[in-house]
Design a protein around this ligand. Sequence first.
Ligand code: LUZ
Ligand code: MOS
Length: 769
Amino acid sequence: MKHSDLDLHSRGQARFVDDLPEPEGLLHAVVLASSVAHGRIKGLDTEKAKQYRGVRAVLSAADIPGSNQIGTLVADEPLLAEDTVDYVGQPVALVLAGSEAAARAALPCIKLEIEELPAVLDPRQAQEQGELIIPPRTFCLGEVEAVWQRCDVIIEGRVDSGAQEHLYLETQGSLAVPGERGSVRVISSTQSPTGVQRVIARILGLAMHQVEVEVTRLGGAFGGKEDQATAWAALAALGAVRCAAPVKLVLHRHEDMVYTGKRHPYSSDYRIGMSANGQVLAYEVEFYQNAGAAADLSPAILERTLFHCTGSYFVPNVKATAYCCRTNIAPNTAFRGFGGPQGMFVIEAALFKAAAALGVSPAELQEKNLLKEGDTFPYGMAAVRCSAPICWQEAKSRYDYEKSQARVEAFNSTHRLHKKGLALMPVCFGISFTNTVLNQGGALVHVYTDGSVSVSTGAVEMGQGVKYKILEVAARVFSIDRGRIKVESTSTMRVANTSPTAASTGADLNGKATEIACRAILKRIKEAAIKELGQKDPAKAEIRNEQIFYDGEKTNLNWDRLIPRVYTQRVNLSAQAHYATPGIYFDKAKEKGEPFAYHAYGTALCEVTLDCLRGTYEVDAVKAVHDLGPSLVPQVDLGQAEGGIVQGIGWLTLEEVLYSEEGRLLTGTLSTYKVPDIYQTPKELEVHFLENTENPLGLFHSKAIGEPPLMYGIGVYYALLAAIQAFRPQADLPVVAPMTPERVLMTLYRDRLAGLRGFNPRSRKTVSP
Ligand code: LUZ
Ligand code: MOS
């Protein structure tokens, strides 16, 4: 791709936090974290560590000049533990030394005395004990209670989905440099520069204008740096201000995996009521979200689960309740999909089971209940420009669903120890932050006198390619060569009060702001141009590929010649702009509203082959038809779609987060935690962007792409379940994810294994909350 940073990445010249040149007098910070999941702090003695050679300071909660509070939605999370520790990995103290080695070596010299308290790891147990972070929330549509007796078939079940480690390539990190009068400048690997700025100001007792946060790029984030980059930036800033020296804090991989939260595991109960002909009449569901030890973004994630509890289907009677359960593991956090995938996973389970009960294929039920134009979501919004049916039909025909089904059936009837499974997976994902306030973006654009253009926005580049979309917007509005445009780092001094780059909205919100700013400058340029041309009507001036036209006629002006003259006319060549998504709102008292600008739709066909002797499997194909509107930068969108699909597959198949009964993470390394690699990537991975679609609220009619494709991975899970079902047609299969090869094997031979005396699948007792 042209104009990209690929050359920098491939040469190793792209700078991440840990690559920045080290300022004079740099101190390295290392965190002392709790090794106990729940306990009372009885003593913290840092004296000996302070004496350690090379150590400059050891800081604890008492050294925080402002308020020791980093909670975003709920004020329930200290930066450094005070009276209690609530999870393994919770920061308790910070060691600052001239070298990282010295800081690490001093860690064992800190005496931390903890009186252990009982730890709760299971969300259902937490709920029973009243450990809820916010009161339960319920979304209702129609009258569930009144409908059950009209149902011909009612199915109930339980569904469990696991956590997921973000595994961004660049671990959490920050570099803080103290400035004059107690101010501080912070480079942070964060999706939320303003969030970091706000918390640092609070922690240090500063005004926000004394804190600058800058981000050049992140080595991946996936939601893991939406809220959880903050602590490390705040600790670095605290160290910098206390020691009056620059401080760098970059987590090692293992630290990062232990200290930071993950995708929320959910345990859910559902009840689905069907008519004999396959119509879903009623759906009731309870979600137990394992939030971990502090709120973090859990309440918002819980909300998005409720918004997506009916997936891509119309269900006339719904009651969905969600519990945000406090447990003693690291606070779980945003992860691509933000609770949506967990909600959609459950309704797919309900349909899978209902299909078995009705003796039809899941696809038949999915199709029968698929959303269509005008259908109402449980939160009261209607589906408009609903492309769910088109994507579904297009996927079926483009990828020969009927033929594939026949082929899979033929294969399964002729193979005893290999089975294939097929599933269609429709996705419907609401685009906008569910918290309406966050749906705003900003941009600051300068045109310099040589005609080059600088664009700053609130968007953070994390490898998702938002900067190429922003660049594309500026290039299209000005109609100039892309090489003239530079998309700058993200700084709270250039664009203020930014929302995190999240919820798939980075390009929409900040791209729209960029468009507005560029149009404002363009208008002034045109007004200046007609003066140069001795003409009257700026509406007749036009720039096409850097050439100025008037009334359709080519003039002697081009961008290069015009811009210096605009300057000479003393015209402002800079603009700041703001965009707020129009028309959206949500009433939390009623749990109704129009929270989303629009929905993204699509359908994937997924196929797997299972080795029923070994429990191993291959993903043969994931082929999706996705409604993206007209793509702004197709390579970027394709990359997001493919990456999202593989990440979704990883969540539900290979990636298993396990804790010991004492709440210690057992999967904190890459030898114990398996992320998908090239072998788990579908052998056929195809994404077709639906043509001839429009999206008035999108950026140049395009649609957001970051999160929706992840949920195609759910289809791979149900394809696996279908393959297992082909091997054990009579079994009532548990719906538990991830479906690791180990779990596949256990599921295939469950009855036989249950009969084996003393059979223990693991040598060590583990908990997957
Ligand atoms: N962050 C957030 C998100 O604060 N609100 C959201 O609705 C959201 N959705 C997806 C990802 N991050
Ligand atoms: Mo996110 S899950 O940071 O969009």
